[in-house]
Design a protein around this ligand. Structure first.
Ligand SMILES: Cc1cc2nc3c(=O)[nH]c(=O)nc-3n(C[C@H](O)[C@H](O)[C@H](O)COP(=O)(O)OP(=O)(O)OC[C@H]3O[C@@H](n4cnc5c(N)ncnc54)[C@H](O)[C@@H]3O)c2cc1C
Length: 386
């Protein structure tokens, strides 16, 4: 076992870090202030630098590297802000990976290269007003009518809602109950019968638009079916990778906060000496570092053990659960150590704390990860309804 990154991985990390630190902090502050997503020109720049397709096969326009490399890059962007990292999250670990793994060749060719080129942003629409943790209660329905699918229903909390170019929509594609009837369909912006609710106002996640999606006899070609009814397990397998991405976004909030605070406590003097010279501050720094390192190692374990396939539900849920939890603690500690400056909106710490809370709900709440972990540990499924 070797915990060191290879020379190539370190170079990639340094390239992502160098670009993110030099170019993105001011943009992140603007997106936060105006609550708008990154401009398309910036997404195109990410694409030209290869940051949108690190782990996507070269035949589909990516760099053909592994999931570990993708997550290394994603953390460097997430350290700056969730909003500037979000297009990278969506393209490398988001719903487009379900298309790449399970969609038809024609659908893959139509979508994935455009995503790598920064010409298409794909979001995921799973949750509904009455189906959150109990995702298999979802009601949105797709009926195949000749060579089209007709969708009806409402999706909620879709990150990218109203802004993305296309949506991977989980829906019922047969009358089978529960998970058995669920599949997924790609719905492109402008599809007849698709409309959006107002932009949600959330505690954090500013710069990541969120809205309801309404399907009112919305018609899309049947080639847009990514997985038919019965494919819920496949969708969840692809989601195991998204879970590692969510964990990395949470980790980035914590590791970014830790970097800020390390500088701050060495500069800021009270009682005639830098804060770093107080032992209570040193203990806090050590605890924060241990949590960040442990989270990163758990996420990387999930990615490496998957080789270049999809991570296991056990390891991805452990990584997400731990990273989501420590991100809230580390950003909270960082805010405290930075005193009023930490609490001020002039600085990114309070934003990181707010976003950390979001990452621990998005993609499955922290306690739901624990249910996944226990199920995988015991090799059983625990029916939450009985
Ligand atoms: C910032 C953000 C971004 C999001 N982005 C997307 C997106 O892009 N696409 C999308 O489809 N959805 C998205 N979501 C929705 C997200 O997936 C759901 O919020 C999440 O699955 C939880 O569902 P819920 O909010 O309905 O909470 P509920 O399911 O109502 O649960 C509330 C709480 O109850 C507890 N709980 C529920 N069931 C159990 C159980 N069986 N055992 C133990 N505890 C339980 C948990 O603590 C949970 O946090 C996003 C949410 C947030 C906050």
């Amino acid at each position: 076992m070797d915990f060191r990154l290879s020379d190539e991985q370190r170079e990639l990390q340094e390239a992502a870090r160098g670009f993110a630190r030099a170019e993105l902090p001011a943009i992140a502050a603007e997106l936060e202030r105006d609550n708008v997503p990154p401009p398309r020109e910036l997404v195109k720049r990410y694409a030209r630098m290869g940051f949108l397709g690190v782990n996507i096969p070269t035949a589909l326009g990516g760099l053909g590297l592994g999931n570990l490399e993708a997550l290394i890059v994603l953390e460097e962007f997430a350290k700056i802000s969730s909003a500037v990292a979000f297009p990278i999250f969506e393209s490398m670990v988001g719903p487009v990976r379900a298309i790449e793994h399970f969609g038809s060749d024609s659908l893959k060719q139509r979508v994935v290269p455009k995503v790598c080129a920064g010409d298409m942003i794909v979001a995921v629409a799973m949750s509904e007003p009455e189906a959150g943790s109990a995702l298999t209660d979802l009601k949105t329905r797709g009926v195949v009518d000749g060579d089209t699918v007709v969708l009806s229903g409402t999706k909620r909390w879709c990150s990218g809602g109203g802004h993305a170019d296309a949506y991977v929509v989980y829906c019922r594609l047969s009358d089978d109950p529960g998970a058995k009837g669920i599949g997924a369909v790609l719905v492109e912006q402008g599809a007849p019968g698709l409309s959006f609710g107002p932009n949600e106002s959330l505690m954090g996640f500013r710069g990541i638009p969120s809205a309801d999606l309404n399907f009112d006899d919305c018609r899309v070609p049947s080639d847009n079916i990514i997985v038919p009814a019965g494919g819920f397990r496949k969708l969840m397998e692809a989601f195991d990778l998204e879970r590692c991405g969510n964990a990395t976004m949470a980790l980035g909030q914590a590791s970014g906060a830790l970097e800020d605070v390390i500088n701050y406590v060495q500069d800021r003097k009270q009682f005639g000496k830098p804060l770093a010279e107080f032992q209570a501050v040193q203990l806090k720094l050590a605890e924060m570092q241990m949590k960040v390192d442990a989270a990163r190692l758990l996420i990387w374990r999930a990615a490496v053990n998957a080789e270049d396939g999809l991570p296991s539900v056990l390891e991805s849920s452990i990584g997400k659960c731990f990273a989501n939890s420590i991100a809230r603690e580390v950003t909270g500690d960082a805010m405290q150590l930075m005193g009023a400056y930490g609490y001020s909106k002039e600085f990114p710490i309070e934003r990181r704390l707010r976003d950390s809370w979001g990452w621990g709900i998005a993609g499955g709440a922290i306690d739901i990860q624990k249910v996944n972990i226990a199920s995988a540990m015991l090799g059983r499924r625990f029916d939450q309804r009985r």
